[in-house]
Design a protein around this ligand. Structure first.
Ligand code: FAD
Ligand code: NAP
Length: 543
């Protein structure tokens, strides 16, 4: 007798959530509170998402810790004590774990389990989902909380993978301490991850070589311990701050008492005043360097003024004039690639044991067992750090074999770029929900605010269906068409399209070049989503 084929184990659920980062955790909390049978799946071995994976030295948030945290649980907000202005990765991961324990989340999370496919069964009107453990799930809804920056992008370099020493990806950093003492380390990539990690690596390693393809704008974080007084003052007005953040442009506010101001044009402000304003922001640290001006994000001439201010700072910090020039960004307007926040990044190039290789002048030919082969020399290395970014916003969505009506896959539907309604839904994929999807404010905002807004919108929609004895919510092609057009049009009024950035999908060879996030701002976008609900889910068909 031949072997009987083993039937996959089948689990029936109301909702499958993919991802146990901050989005997946809050989804589970809310769906469970609402009485939906929910399971969360994550490839990681614990909660935290971004903060589980990105453990590289120097990793920390660039939105202030007091804002980069959940607002849904006021008691948690009062209890939790952030210790630094910009919390480091271990503290943020401890916070995520604390939330998981506080709300007993882990009992409904399957770790070390990838969701490989999800197919919509049009007859049964439910999703059939397959996991990497061979389990078959049947669910009415699938919520993709897979993260916008969660699929690392490898460097497209000949011989990558042949290096004989250890290779460390910033986005997949080992859980055990990595010791670079006495080693010659090479770092490829100078985005936020590279710029945060390079000073820490260089302080430990015998020698560090940074391979830079594109110089980036980086501002000083001016990270520091939070004082007891400022934490207490913030907690006393926590609800006010949170309410203001939700309706703000970026999802966080430095000062809620500041009266709303009309921002001046950087070109109209007299030079002395303009320099004083920029100096003040540079001294304060953080992402707000250009936030005091109306036109830096939309006007090339205005932008050039702010960009030159940063270049002058780089020249004043870096001793070697050629290294300083190599570090000066000239390929894109400031703000059109995500600006970086650093602690001693430019100063690091004054160390005698740090070398910058400008790949624009001296490209990498290949990587081999002993190190990196440049056009004109071989750089011998003991360890390689890969900080080459992510297939952002769409990578983790299209890597799942998602099939909607008529068996059409999401990858096919998005062959020319993602098409969503509000970044929440895709036509032809009923009951499939995206958290911080393309064409939502997402990566242009404090992600905690955007995550909470999407989680609340999606879970309310699922509850609405149940309350009205309905089964399906599905957006229409017309609604998608209108939203994509609107989002693209707003993006085209900015300077974002001028950069080869991950915002444009330009960092991944072959990826369609389209502006991925929604630039209209959190507050405006929230109103739009609320209006859709008030108009009985305008742009959706409920059945
Ligand atoms: P993630 O945290 O990315 O979690 C997604 C999870 O889904 C991952 O654990 C992944 O393993 C899992 N997953 C994906 N696909 C599958 C699958 N098919 N099957 C199973 N599991 C899957 N944002 C800010 O607003 N401020 C910051 O300061 C900030 N700093 C950042 C620093 C770094 C280094 C990075 C990379 C990003 C940063 N971000 C920041 C963005 C950050 O990603 C978000 O703030 C937030 O953590 C995203 O949470 P999430 O739950 O949506 O996604
Ligand atoms: P990134 O900004 O995309 O930077 C990747 C870097 O790798 C770039 O310098 C890129 O050069 C380089 N690179 C890519 N492929 C290469 C190749 N084949 N050869 C040589 N160089 C190559 O990625 P990231 O630094 O991981 O940051 C991604 C996003 O995550 C950030 O923008 C931010 O939103 C978030 N993040 C935030 C923080 C924080 O401060 N809280 C920290 C880390 C990440 P090119 O520019 O030439 O492509």
């Amino acid at each position: 007798m031949g072997d009987t084929p083993t039937q996959p184990v089948t689990t029936e659920l109301d909702v499958v959530v993919v991802g146990a980062g901050f989005a997946g955790m809050y989804l589970l909390y809310r769906l469970r509170t609402m009485g939906f049978v929910t399971k969360v799946y994550d490839a990681a071995s614990d909660v935290g998402g971004t903060w589980f994976w990105n453990r590289y030295p120097g990793a920390r948030c660039d939105v202030p810790s007091l804002d980069y945290s959940y607002s849904f649980d006021p008691d948690l907000e009062q209890e939790w004590e952030w210790t630094e202005r910009f919390a480091a990765q271990p503290e943020i991961l401890t916070y995520a774990r604390h939330v998981a324990e506080r709300h007993d989340l882990r009992r409904d999370i399957e770790f070390e389990t990838r969701i490989e496919s999800a197919t919509f069964d049009e007859v049964a009107r439910r999703w059939e989902v397959r996991t990497s453990r061979g389990v078959r799930l049947l669910a009415q809804h699938v919520v993709l909380a897979v993260g916008t920056l969660s699929t690392p992008k490898p460097p497209e370099i000949d011989g990558f993978g042949t290096f004989a020493g250890p290779t460390y990806w910033t986005a997949r950093w080992p859980h055990d301490d990595v010791d670079f003492t006495g080693r010659r380390v090479g770092v490829i990539g100078t985005g936020s991850s590279g710029i945060q990690s390079i000073p820490v690596i260089a302080a430990q390693a015998a020698h560090t070589t940074v391979f830079q393809r594109t110089a980036n704008f980086s501002m000083p974080a001016r990270n520091r311990p939070l004082t007891g007084n400022e934490v207490a003052a913030r907690k006393a007005r926590a609800r006010e701050y949170r309410a203001a953040a939700r309706t703000s442009y970026s999802g966080f506010l430095v000062d809620i008492d500041a009266p709303p101001a009309t921002l001046p044009s950087i070109l109209a402000v007299p030079e002395a005043e303009r320099v004083a304003m920029l100096e003040q922001k540079w001294t304060e640290g953080g992402l707000g360097l250009t936030s005091g001006f109306s036109d830096v994000a939309s006007d090339v001439t205005a932008n050039a003024v702010a960009a030159e201010f940063v270049r002058e700072k780089i020249r004043s910090i870096v001793s070697d004039p050629q290294v300083a020039e190599d570090l000066c960004p000239t390929s894109h307007p400031i703000g059109t690639k995500r600006p970086c926040l650093d602690t001693g990044y430019y100063e690091t190039y004054n160390r005698p044991n740090v070398r910058l290789v400008n790949l624009r002048r001296n490209p990498i030919r290949s990587i081999d067992a002993a190190g990196v082969e440049l056009d004109d020399e071989h750089v011998a290395l003991d360890a390689l750090v890969v900080a080459t970014g992510f297939d952002a916003m769409t990578g983790s969505l299209v890597s799942i074999d998602l099939r909607g009506r008529d068996g059409v896959s999401l990858a096919e539907a998005w062959a020319e770029g993602p098409r969503t309604y509000l970044g929440l839904a895709v036509a032809g994929f009923p009951n499939l929900h995206l958290v911080t999807g393309p064409q939502s404010p997402s990566v242009l905002s404090n992600m905690m605010v955007s995550i909470e807004q999407h989680v609340e919108w999606i879970t309310d929609a699922i509850a609405h269906l149940r309350a009205h004895r309905m089964q399906m919510i599905e957006t229409t092609p017309d609604a998608v068409e209108g939203w994509v057009e609107h989002s693209t049009e707003l993006g085209s009024r900015t300077l974002f399209p001028l950069a080869d950035s991950w915002y444009m999908g330009a960092n991944v060879p072959g990826k369609p070049r389209v502006f991925l996030p929604y630039v209209g701002g959190c507050g405006h976008y929230r109103k739009r989503c609320d209006r859709v609900v008030a108009k009985n889910y305008e742009g959706f068909v409920l059945s």
